[in-house]
Design a protein around this ligand. Sequence first.
Ligand code: SF4
Length: 62
Amino acid sequence: MRAYVEEDKCISCGLCTGICPEVFEFNAAGKAEAVADTTEANAAAVDNAIDSCPVRAIREEE
Ligand code: SF4
């Protein structure tokens, strides 16, 4: 699985990058971006980040 951030929706609140910094980082445009695959070790944190995003900008795909 891999998370994706819809950049247009992201309001740069920093929740996902705080909850799961291993996967989510801010890019040069100041928007969150998933920089790593979802693994067994970080799956719970990725789910938490997805659920916490106030604008539902994160989705996950196979
Ligand atoms: S939680 Fe959502 S709005 Fe906040 S930085 Fe992450 S993707 Fe952007």
